[in-house]
Design a protein around this ligand. Structure first.
Ligand code: PAF
Length: 168
């Protein structure tokens, strides 16, 4: 498994796969991997020639900065798990890479993000769509895999993919 943290590196790897005619499945995560993530990875493995996973704890989807600081992280364990499932590439960018200095572009589903769970976590789904859109743009997957337990997140992401014509 290759591990990279820069946009340039991951783009180069993925573009090599695409040139070789391989399809690319993406599983985005914030780490602290569990069985649900592993099921998504297996789905991606089954449906594609190449699997890319990401670990990025996304500050913009946390309302309370202390929740972000406290988010569990065990990269060594996560890396071993991803290797054991045959992931081809792990993208682990830092905050400055995903939110460059002067950053001011956001992605928001204006209705879906602000109902149900979005009412009690203002800005949460905007943070999710903003980071997922950026990851999609960097990796350009053919298929992306999200858990159904986070039902509203899944609907928000599907809406965004449809509205922004992401080719996946
Ligand atoms: O479901 C998650 O782990 C996160 O919300 C996601 C989709 C990786 C975006 O940060």
């Amino acid at each position: 498994m290759q591990i990279c943290s820069s946009v340039q590196e991951i783009r180069k790897l993925v573009s090599g796969y695409r040139t070789a005619g391989d399809s690319i499945g993406l599983v985005t995560t914030m780490g602290a991997l569990h069985d649900g993530h592993m099921a998504l990875i297996r789905g991606a493995r089954h449906g594609n020639n190449r699997v890319v996973a990401t670990i990025f704890v996304n500050p913009s989807q946390f309302g309370d900065p202390s929740d972000y600081e406290k988010y569990p992280s065990d990269n060594e364990r996560d890396i071993e798990l991803l290797k054991s499932e045959g992931v081809d590439v792990l993208f682990m960018p830092d905050v400055e890479t995903m939110y460059p200095v002067g950053d001011e572009t956001i992605v928001e589903t204006t209705k879906l993000a602000n109902m149900l769970h979005g009412k009690v976590r203002p800005g949460h789904f905007r943070g999710v769509t903003t980071i997922v859109a950026r990851l999609f743009n960097i990796i350009l997957p053919d298929q992306a895999y999200f858990g159904e337990k986070d039902y509203q997140q899944l609907q928000v992401i599907k809406r965004m993919v449809c509205d922004l014509h992401f080719p996946l």
